[in-house]
Design a protein. Sequence first.
Lengths: 265, 264
Amino acid sequence: MKALHPAQSPTLYGMSLVLVLVLVLPMIALITQGLGGDALRALSSPATLQALWLSLSTSALALLVVVVFGTPLSYLLSRSKARWVENLQTLVQLPVVLPPAVAGVALLSTFGQKGLLGPLLHAMELRIVFSTAAIVLTSVFVAGPLYVQGALNAFSSIDEELLLVARSMGAKSLRIFWQIALPLCRPALISASLLCAARALGEFGATLMFAGNLPGRTQTMPLLIYTAMESDFARARTLSLLLLLLSALLLALSFSLSRKWRVQP
Amino acid sequence: MPRRSLLFCVLCIVGLTSCEPAPPARLLVFAASSLSESMTSLGKTFEQQHAPVKVDVQFAGSQQLLAQVEQGARPDLFAAADLSFVSRLGKLGLVKESHVFAQNQLVLVVAKTSTLELHAIEDLPLARRIVVGAKEVPVGRYTAQLLEAADRQLGHDFLKRVQSQIVSYELNVKQVLGKVLLGEADAGFVYLSDAHGHEDQLRVIEPNAALRVVAQYPLLLMQPSAQPKLARSFMEFVLSPPGQQHFAAAGLTPPAVAAPTQQP
């Protein structure tokens, strides 16, 4: 029998197993129970396809917004050591740990009729609440920080000297960003994007409060699942399984990319 | 059953860490969200009268609570906003006894800040943003019932015109109310008891007699129960005149005939 690696004690194995079970059992249950009954009909119903399309398109749109504006932000944050920058880092990460209910209330307080920007939006005749834009906005708010964090870590790992050399050779700041920083970090940025997309796809609580629940306009997959749970638990389970597989796919892609990136010199 | 024993262990740990040596008897009551004010105050009164008994009331949409019971949750009592739950849970052998203890009426609420000339159900197509309950939950079923009756009475594509202005199908009545109170929706359908206490912010429009939709609230005495006697005295308190006062104070009306609902 092979001797155990120094880190492998049966006690440690046992304790780890507890958490693994808690984390994995619910997913096994979804897989084994979600396929029963009218799984195919639940998956191919117009309401499902509509919600799936809405989820995918709003997540993609949110990701686009996050990448366009989050990449420069992460780059700037990674290149400065100033105190206020560190505080800003904490601040923009906050939505990740915010309870969904708090996020929902916060978004309503910002973009609602009686919210901070209410008078401005009213003057522009813009109604955000109950619109598809509200889903995108919610996703940007709750999932954006995940991308920013990933991108920030990637940019931080770039050797400062590399940038200084480029600068000494006369490259402008924007060109250094485009031609050195971005290409170097591309796999990590894609990995962070996928993580952000997965989070956006799963967004539920704040969306329910801020965007409402209207099939075709604001009823995303998680909201459809919640609505289905009111009347048909089996259908909710099948739809959950679909979303689980999608999330798993995005997560696996994200992890494999970030692993590949790490082994590179 | 391993799942139940695991749950038992968890409950024991929670119980041990949160209670004094002799844990007081606890009643678990599931209640429709439209009952949140009345059942909270009634529960407190019952606790005072039966100290050191604790009454835990869990509020959610009736349909969600029903799903929890069907998935294995075991409250001692269930106060629902839909009479059909009696037979649905009765078929599973979970209902020992049930009584209608209150009635509620579906009303249209309009934000006072709204500048729209909304004064009757027939003006509803004027509203730009209407919020209603989803058809999966009782308040949504009652709303659909009312709108269909109004469509038959008023004609002119009333239902279609209203439906095209609906911006959200909420999953419990408090969410509908919240969206109107926030000014996000022009109008919504809630129970009279939900509008109660918000008269300063809302205009309440009661439908005419032909369109009146009355929701019957059954109280289900559930079995099995760890506290059958206590659960029964809670039920008796709900049906007694002092208990009924809590519902009247919250804008609910007493049942038409205080008789047991049909046995499942």
